[in-house]
Design a protein around this ligand. Structure first.
Ligand code: AMP
Ligand code: ZN
Length: 728
């Protein structure tokens, strides 16, 4: 049997064939090391790992190279966006680019180890292969495939008629939008940079026949794959975002320079999504492996989760799916624990058939979900246990869940094993009560005890099992029940969404509780995926104070969704949505209640905004009519929500969501009124201050577009155009 994979180049599922019999040369586009690899990147490396394991099972020797990009992206992304905050901070601390790269490369290697990815044979670093890149550029210049224009050496796409064969991007200018500035000296807009001359002051630069400069991004993979594996490769892997331009350009360079087909099989993994959208830092839905570990997950549970979707399909990541994956993994491990001391049996035909079914799935374009299904069916069959164990461990050489090691590696303390022996003694002498008592004690000490076929086994509980007594955490706002149709139970709901910054959350919550004494009021907090102890503090607060309700999320959901979760659950006649940077310094509820008795008012709050053109909301209004109320404090009657609707959840980042919500309220004919005398104080907004300039602008702009698109033509709603009501 042979492994079959879909080849992006031919758009067919094909049997893997190699240039040299028995040897597979496989290249994987590796990490960019000025930031952590996120779990989406890991999914792509896992795909390559499963390919490698399958090929090795079939007897191939796999030569695997995975590059470390420590230069190319840094230039492209960093310089175009004005710099990454993390790297700028590190540079400011006096770290060198090399130290930063080493730090993130170490972290990447640790992540691969934790997810049991077999290390590549070579991890070449881009900066250490600049002479090899220069040599290819020289060849391309000599053969007329490249030209110099100003400070750039470009690849001349017009000279390579097959350009576009991988991605299907054939037309000139199709991907023009990718780069904002287009060099007028380029012959064809598709031409891409092979080498760029260093501008004055640049640190990362190398000598070349054309003066000091630095390489384009794509050339690194052509140069390094050639150096370690020759001019032709059998398999090249990456994520789908690599297809264009990266891999298209790699093909053009390598085939033009060496005059032969570059790669036989191109294999691309689909993206990992979170909350249904592509994982990205700016969307706030990017997770790294340590985010999972911080929540008590075993990194191998993530590996199991990735087995449940085919590599060519997008996969949506949620913590609830990860939890289910970890339970399944634990259940596989338990079987190994139970069966490992069973006596070996002789060969069995049925076992061979299960094995054939398993490999048929793997070979079928890496159908790992199918292979998992075979595994579970086999375990649920009436095969004898020893065969099940034997097959499970053999399958695991392909799955890579490390079942053998994880079940061996746990050494139990002597005190625990002696308890197990005592329990066995009592069981044998039919003193089940004492035996059960011992079992319960072991359980509360963090161990699980099981009995099967006359033997007793014990293992430490997993982190997830230990946490089962913890609070319930939601994965999606859809899981939170809405109380909007219930009658109010208190006069005021003070609503806060909190994600870390514990001292701010404490200040906001306790100052409210202090000034709410004697009033009919509740505090509703959405813990939006805190990990710094805020979540524990909030849980204690809730347990010690019946006026407090906390809704935990297991990760950070968007701001609109988080606020809605709190609004669903609020039971006050009046709801006051407050930012954690706000502190209560006096009796704030009574005046808010008084204002909201005026049914013409939709929103009251201390910090209003006005605009003349819907573009600029510069004027802060401290008294009287406003066009919008800032999110620091927005108070309204709960009833109003049924009429105007909740927050729009497309706003993942908080900024401008307040404008949008305010306009919905105005659109229903309600006034927005500012009262700067409300006893509230605004402290530093740490979430905002923690963002870099570029991120701030990017996130704010994205949200402003959403707001503007909806309200651009509604200047009729503005205070300045409603002369009759402009009084305070
Ligand atoms: P980078 O560090 O950005 O060069 O990405 C490393 C690898 O991860 C590349 O092969 C990308 O195509 C892949 N990749 C990037 N984002 C995702 C994602 N969300 N899901 C899966 N793979 C990804
Ligand atoms: Zn690459």
């Amino acid at each position: 049997m042979v492994l079959r994979l879909r080849n992006t180049l031919t758009r067919q599922v094909e049997e893997i064939s190699t240039i040299e019999p028995g040897v597979v040369r496989m290249y994987t586009c590796g990490p960019t090391v000025y930031r952590y690899a996120h779990i989406g990147n890991l999914r792509t490396y896992l795909m390559a790992d499963w390919i490698r394991r399958a090929l090795e099972h079939h007897g191939y020797r796999v030569l695997h190279v995975k590059n470390i990009t420590d230069v190319g992206h840094m230039r492209q992304e960093m310089l175009e966006t004005g710099g990454d905050k993390v790297i700028l901070a590190a540079l400011a601390e006096g770290k060198t680019p090399a130290e930063i790269a080493q730090y993130y490369a170490d972290s990447f290697h640790r992540d691969e180890k934790k997810t049991n990815i077999i290390p590549a044979h070579h991890f070449p670093w881009a900066t250490q292969h600049v002479p090899e890149m220069i040599r290819i550029v020289e060849t391309l210049l000599e053969t007329g495939y490249a030209y110099r224009a100003g400070d750039n050496i470009y690849f001349d796409v017009g000279k390579f008629p097959e350009y576009g064969k991988l991605s299907g991007n054939l037309q000139d200018g199709l991907m023009e939008g990718v780069r904002s500035e287009v060099d007028p000296l380029k012959k064809d807009s598709r031409d891409f940079t092979l080498w760029k001359m260093a501008e004055p002051g640049r640190e990362m630069k190398w000598d070349s026949p054309w003066g000091e400069g630095f390489p384009g991004w794509h050339i690194e993979c052509s140069a390094m794959s050639t150096k370690y594996m020759g001019e032709q490769l059998d398999i090249h892997t990456g994520g789908v975002d690599n297809i264009f331009p990266h891999h298209e350009d790699e093909i053009a360079q390598s085939e033009a320079a060496f005059g032969k087909p570059y790669v036989r099989h191109w294999v691309h993994g689909q993206h990992l999504l979170a909350d249904g959208v592509k994982m990205a830092k700016s969307a706030g839905n990017e997770f790294i492996l340590s985010d999972l570990e911080e929540r008590g997950f075993d990194p191998l549970a993530f590996r199991y989760l990735c087995l449940t979707a085919r590599y060519r399909h997008r996969m949506n990541f949620t913590f609830s799916a990860l939890r289910a994956a970890e339970r399944a993994l634990t259940s596989l491990r338990d079987r190994v624990w139970q069966w490992r001391s069973l006596p070996e049996l002789a060969g069995n035909l049925e076992a061979i058939e299960w094995s054939a079914r398993f490999w048929e799935a793997v070979d079928n374009d890496l159908d790992m979900p199918g292979a998992l299904a075979v595994t579970w069916n086999m375990l649920h069959s009436d095969l004898e246990d020893w065969y099940k164990l034997d097959l499970l461990l053999k399958f695991d050489q392909a799955l890579g869940l490390d079942l053998d090691r994880t079940s061996q590696g746990n050494h139990l303390p002597a005190g625990i094993t002696s308890q197990v022996d005592r329990r066995s003694f009592y069981r044998r002498s039919a003193q089940y009560e004492i035996a059960d008592q011992i079992r319960n004690n072991l359980k509360s000490d963090g161990y699980l005890v099981g009995d099967s076929q006359g033997t007793t086994w014990i293992r430490p509980k997993t982190e997830q099992e230990l946490q089962q007594g913890r609070w319930q955490a939601f994965s999606s706002p859809k899981e939170v029940e809405s109380f909007l149709d219930r009658p109010a139970e208190v006069d005021y709901s003070w609503i806060v969404t909190a994600c870390n910054y514990k001292s701010d959350v404490e200040r906001c919550a306790t100052s409210f509780l202090q000034w709410a004494k004697g009033r009919s009021a509740e505090l509703v907090v959405v813990d939006n995926g805190s990990t710094d102890g805020t979540e524990v503090w909030l849980d204690e607060l809730q347990r010690s104070n019946p006026r407090v309700r906390v809704i935990h999320f297991d990760h950070t959901i968007g701001d609109g969704a988080a606020k809605n979760a709190a609004l669903y659950q609020a039971l006050g006649t009046h709801v006051i949505i407050v930012d954690t940077s706000v502190e209560v310094v006096g009796d704030v509820l009574r005046p808010i209640g008084a204002w909201l008795e005026d049914k013409s008012i939709g929103i009251i709050g201390p910090w209003g905004l006005r605009t003349d053109d819907i573009h600029h909301f510069h004027d802060e209004v401290e008294a009287g009519e406003a066009d919008a109320m800032q999110a620091y404090c927005i108070a309204l009657r709960r009833d109003l929500l049924k009429e105007v609707g909740l927050m729009r959840e497309v706003f993942r980042f908080y900024r401008n969501l307040d404008l949008d919500f305010s306009f919905h309220v105005k659109d229903r004919g309600y006034r927005i009124v500012a009262d700067g005398s409300l006893p509230l104080v605004r402290h530093e907004h740490r979430q905002w201050n923690a963002l870099g300039e570029v991120e701030r602008n990017q996130l704010s702009f994205q949200n402003f577009k959403k707001f503007f698109k909806k309200w651009r033509n509604r200047s009729d709603l503005l205070v300045c155009n409603q002369a009759s009501s402009t009084s305070s």
